[in-house]
Design a binder for this molecule. Structure first.
Ligand code: GDP
Ligand code: GDP
Length: 440
C-alpha cells in the first residue's frame, strides 16, 4: 500500500530544493499535515502518469561549516539508501564534476537501490551533450535537467517510475519475524531499551547525547519461538557544528525509515518531558503509515510517584496524542528493567490485532448494529446509506464500505463507526481505515 519513496541527495546549491518544490507543487506534505507541526517540509507527494510516489528531501546540510559538510553528505546518502526505493543524486552542470560529488558517488555505488544520476542546471536541452564527464561517477547515464525551467523532467520521471519496485507479495512458508521499530527523540532511551530487550550489550549506550552509532537490526527469539527483528534508530550523530535543526531533520528521516519497515512501532517518550512536539511528529508518521503502535513512557524510575500519578500521566499522554488514542501505554525503566518484560507480549498482541481478518458476515452484523444504534447523517434531504462492508486488507485493518454517496459521510459519523468497530472487535494498538465505494 505504501507509495514508492524517492530520495533527493547532493551537495548544497545544486538545486535540490528547487526540484523538490517544482515537483511538490501545491501538494501538502505528510509532515506538514500533522498536528502541531510547523516545520519545513521533508516529504511531498508527487505524481507522474498516474504513478504516485513520495519525494524525500534529505537536505538539512548546513553549508556554513565546511569541515562537517562531507560527513553530513555521507550521512545524507546513507539515510537515502536506507530509506528510499530510488535515490536521485543531484549534481550541477555549471560547476561540473566536483570532488564532493565523487565522494558521495562512492557511497551510492555500494547500494543495491537504484540510483539516478541527475545533472541539474542544464538550462538548454542541447547542453545534454556536455555531460560526458559525469559518466566517471560510475552511476550510469547522467540525466540532464533544468529545475528552474522544468526541462528534462519527463525523461527523468520516466526513468524513475521504471525503477519502482513491483509489490512482491512474499509467499514465504515460515513465519517472518515481527519487525519492531524503536523510535523516539534522541536520548529517550532507545539504545538502552534495545539492549534490555536483547539482554546483552549489543549497542553502545553513552551519557553523551547522540554519540555516534548506526541503526542496528538485531533478531531476538522469545520463549514461544516468536522471532522479532528489532530496528534501533539511534543512529543520530551530534556534532557541535551541526545545527539542531539538521539533527532533528536526520532524526525524523531515520524514524521514517524505521517506521516504514516495521510491523509494530514502539514510540518512546521520556517521562521527564512528557509528549513534546517532536514526539507528536513521530507519532503522526506512525499513524499515517498505518502501523501498529505502543506508546512507551521510559525513565519512569526518575519520577516521584504519588497515588494517581500513573492514571493521570496516561490520561495526559493520550490527550496529547489524541489521534492515537487507540495506543496502549506502558510505563517502564529501560535502565532498571522495570516492566520491560511486558513489552514483547504487548507487541505480539497488537501485531495480531493489526493482522486480524474479520469475516464479512460478522462485519455486516456489527455494521447493522452500529447503524441501528445511530442513524447516518442526512444532508439536503438525503441520508447516507451503507449497503454493506467488507474487509479490504490488514496492517492496518481496512474496511470497504459500499455507500450511496461518499459525500454524505461525515467525519463525526466515520469516527463513530471507528469507535464502534474498535470496541466490538477490540482493535487496540492499530489504526484502522475506512474506504468508501459508491454503489449506484
Ligand atoms: P539545494 O541547496 O541543492 O537545495 O539548491 P537550491 O534549490 O536552493 O538551488 C541553489 C541555487 O541554484 C538557487 O539559486 C537556484 O535558483 C539555482 N538553481 C536551481 N536549479 C537551477 C537550474 O535548473 N538552473 C539554474 N540556472 N539555476 C538553478
Ligand atoms: P537514545 O539516544 O534514545 O538511544 O538513548 P540512550 O539509550 O542512549 O539513553 C540516553 C540516556 O538516558 C543514557 O544516559 C541512559 O543511561 C539514560 N536512560 C535510558 N533509559 C533510562 C531509564 O529508564 N531511566 C533512567 N534513569 N535513565 C535512562
Amino acid at each position: 500500500m505504501a507509495k514508492p519513496l524517492v530520495a533527493i541527495v547532493g551537495r548544497p546549491n545544486v538545486g535540490k530544493s528547487t526540484f523538490f518544490n517544482k515537483m511538490a507543487g501545491k501538494r501538502i506534505s505528510i509532515v506538514d499535515d500533522m498536528p502541531g507541526v510547523t516545520r519545513d517540509r521533508i516529504t511531498a507527494d508527487a505524481e507522474w502518469l498516474g504513478h504516485h510516489f513520495t519525494l524525500i528531501d534529505t537536505g538539512g546540510i548546513d553549508p556554513k561549516s565546511d569541515d562537517v559538510l562531507l560527513s553530513q553528505m555521507r550521512e545524507q546518502a546513507e539515510i537515502a539508501m536506507d530509506l528510499a526505493d530510488v535515490v536521485c543524486f543531484f549534481t550541477d552542470a555549471r560547476d561540473g564534476l566536483t570532488e564532493d560529488d565523487k565522494d558521495v558517488a562512492n557511497i551510492l555505488r555500494k547500494t543495491e537501490k537504484p540510483v539516478l544520476l541527475v545533472v541539474n542546471k542544464v538550462d538548454y536541452l542541447d547542453l545534454n551533450e556536455n555531460l560526458y564527464e559525469f559518466y566517471e561517477l560510475g552511476l550510469g547515464d547522467p540525466i540532464g535537467i533544468s529545475s528552474v525551467n522544468m526541462l528534462g523532467f519527463g525523461d527523468l520521471l520516466d526513468r524513475m517510475i521504471e525503477l519502482f519496485p513491483e509489490d512482491k507479495q512474499g509467499d514465504t512458508e515460515e513465519k517472518p519475524p515481527i519487525q519492531l521499530a524503536i523510535v523516539g527523540r534522541p536520548n529517550v532511551g532507545k539504545s538502552s531499551l534495545t539492549n534490555r530487550l536483547l539482554g546483552e550489550n549489543r549497542t553502545m549506550v553513552s551519557d553523551i547525547a547522540g554519540t555516534t552509532r548506526d541503526a542496528i537490526d538485531s533478531e531476538y527469539t522469545d520463549e514461544d519461538g516468536t522471532v522479532f527483528n528489532i530496528i534501533d534508530t539511534a543512529g543520530i550523530r551530534r556534532k557541535r557544528s551541526v545545527e539542531d535543526e539538521t539533527l532533528e531533520r536526520y532524526s525524523v528521516l531515520r524514524s521514517i525509515a524505521a517506521i516504514r519497515r516495521c510491523d509494530v512501532a514502539l514510540l518512546l517518550i521520556d517521562a521527564n518531558d512528557g509528549v513534546t512536539e517532536q514526539d507528536t511528529k513521530i507519532a503522526g508518521l506512525i499513524h499515517d503509515e498505518g502501523k501498529a503502535v505502543i506508546v512507551i513512557i521510559n525513565k519512569w524510575d526518575m519520577l516521584d510517584k504519588e497515588t494517581g500519578t500513573y492514571e493521570n500521566y496516561k490520561k495526559k499522554v493520550l490527550d496529547d496524542l489524541k489521534f492515537m488514542s487507540y495506543a496502549p501505554v506502558l510505563f517502564i525503566s529501560a535502565k532498571s528493567g522495570q516492566r520491560v518484560n511486558q513489552i514483547l507480549d504487548k507487541v505480539k498482541e497488537v501485531y495480531a490485532t493489526a493482522c486480524r481478518r474479520i469475516t464479512t458476515g460478522v462485519l455486516n452484523d456489527v455494521l447493522n448494529d452500529a447503524v441501528n444504534a445511530l442513524q447516518p447523517p442526512v444532508q439536503g434531504g438525503r441520508r447516507l446509506r451503507i449497503y454493506y462492508a467488507t474487509q479490504g486488507g490488514v496492517q492496518p485493518p481496512s474496511f470497504v464500505l459500499f455507500v450511496n454517496d461518499e459525500k454524505l459521510m461525515f467525519f463525526a459519523y466515520e469516527r463513530y463507526l471507528e469507535n464502534y468497530f474498535r470496541k466490538t472487535f477490540q482493535l487496540e494498538g492499530t489504526p484502522i481505515r475506512f474506504i468508501l465505494r459508491e454503489k449506484k
